[in-house]
Design a protein. Structure first.
Length: 278
C-alpha cells in the first residue's frame, strides 16, 4: 500500500503506519516537501517557476516487518488471487503453535512466481542430518534422516490449517554428477538460498539449476538462529563438497550467521522452510 502525504502531516502518517502494521499491511510512505510554485506574468504569458521557491521532492520510505493477524487459509486465498505483494513483505512474521504446543514464528523469506517461501525464525529442535552414516551409499539430502523427520514427524506436528495449504516443492541436488530429485512439503534452505553471493562476488555452488537467493537473508544478523534462547548452528540441505559422493558433512550457518559446515551426525538446529503458492 502506498500513501502520499505532506511533510506537515508526518504525525498522522506515523499513526496510519501503526494502524496498517497492526492489521497486517506493509506501508511505503513518501513524504513530500514542496513549496508553492511562484508564477510570473499574466495568464496570457507562459508560466515559469522561480528556482529559489521550489524544493526538490524528499522521499522517505518506511518498511515495517509486522506480525500478520490472519489465517493460513486466507493467506493461501490471497496468494491464489495474485494479491500477495499487496499484503505480504519479506520479513513479515506469522506466529503459530505446533500440535505439541511448541511456539513457532514463520518469516516471509521470499516472494516469487506468485508464491511465498517461508522459513521459521528459530530452531524447533536439534537433529542430525544422518543418525548413522550408511556404508557405500551416496550421502545426500534425498536419503537423509533429516528429510524423513521433517516430512513425517514434523509435518504431522503442524497445525492442520497450515498443513492443508503447504505445497510440495521440487528439490534437486547434484552429487558426484548424479541428480537427486525429491518433492517435499518441509525442507531445509539450501546454501544458495541463505548465502547467495559471497563477499568476493562469486555465487555459492547451487544444489540445482533453478535455485536463487532468498531476500530475507541479506546479512549475517538475518542468518543468526536460536534454540531455547541460545544461538545455534543450523543445518542447510546442501552437501559439503558435493562432487564427492561419500562426503559426510553438510553446509551450515553458524551462531554468528556466517557459512560453515558440520558432520552429518552432529546435532544442529532445524529451521525448516515451506512454500505456499499455486
Amino acid at each position: 500500500m502506498k500513501l502520499t502525504i505532506k511533510q506537515k502531516d508526518l504525525g498522522n502518517a506515523i499513526k496510519i503506519l501503526n494502524i496498517l502494521s497492526g492489521n497486517g499491511y506493509c506501508a511505503d510512505i513518501k513524504i513530500k516537501n514542496i513549496k508553492q510554485k511562484a508564477v510570473k506574468g499574466d495568464r496570457h504569458k507562459p508560466k515559469s517557476v522561480e528556482a529559489k521557491d521550489v524544493k526538490q521532492e524528499e522521499k522517505i520510505q518506511i518498511v515495517t516487518p509486522k506480525t500478520m493477524k490472519s489465517t493460513w487459509k486466507s493467506i493461501s486465498e490471497m496468494i491464489k488471487a495474485g494479491k500477495v505483494e499487496e499484503f505480504l513483505c519479506v520479513g513479515d512474521k506469522i506466529p503459530f503453535r505446533m500440535k505439541d504446543g511448541t511456539e513457532v514464528v514463520a518469516v516471509v523469506a521470499h516472494v516469487k512466481n506468485k508464491g511465498v517461501y517461508f522459513v521459521i525464525e528459530d530452531a524447533i529442535v536439534r537433529h542430525p542430518m544422518y543418525k548413522l552414516i550408511p556404508g557405500n551409499e551416496v550421502i545426500s539430502w534425498s536419503g537423509s534422516d533429516m528429510r524423513r523427520y521433517l516430512n513425517k514427524e514434523a509435518f504431522k506436528n503442524l497445525p492442520p490449517a497450515l498443513a492443508a495449504v503447504i505445497k510440495k516443492r521440487t528439490i534437486q541436488q547434484n552429487v558426484a554428477g548424479n541428480r537427486y530429485v525429491t518433492k517435499d512439503r518441509l525442507w531445509l534452505p539450501s546454501y544458495t538460498e541463505v548465502f547467495g553471493k559471497t563477499s568476493d562476488g562469486k555465487v555459492c555452488q547451487a544444489d540445482g539449476e533453478n535455485e536463487f537467493h532468498f531476500d530475507l537473508f541479506n546479512d549475517e544478523k538475518s542468518r543468526v538462529k536460536q534454540y531455547k534462547g541460545e544461538t545455534t548452528w543450523w543445518f542447510l540441505r546442501t552437501k559439503n563438497n558435493p562432487e564427492y559422493p561419500f562426503t559426510t558433512s553438510f553446509r551450515t550457518a553458524n551462531n554468528h550467521g556466517t557459512k560453515n559446515s558440520q558432520f552429518a551426525t552432529y546435532m544442529c538446529g532445524v529451521c525448516f522452510g515451506f512454500y505456499i503458492g499455486n
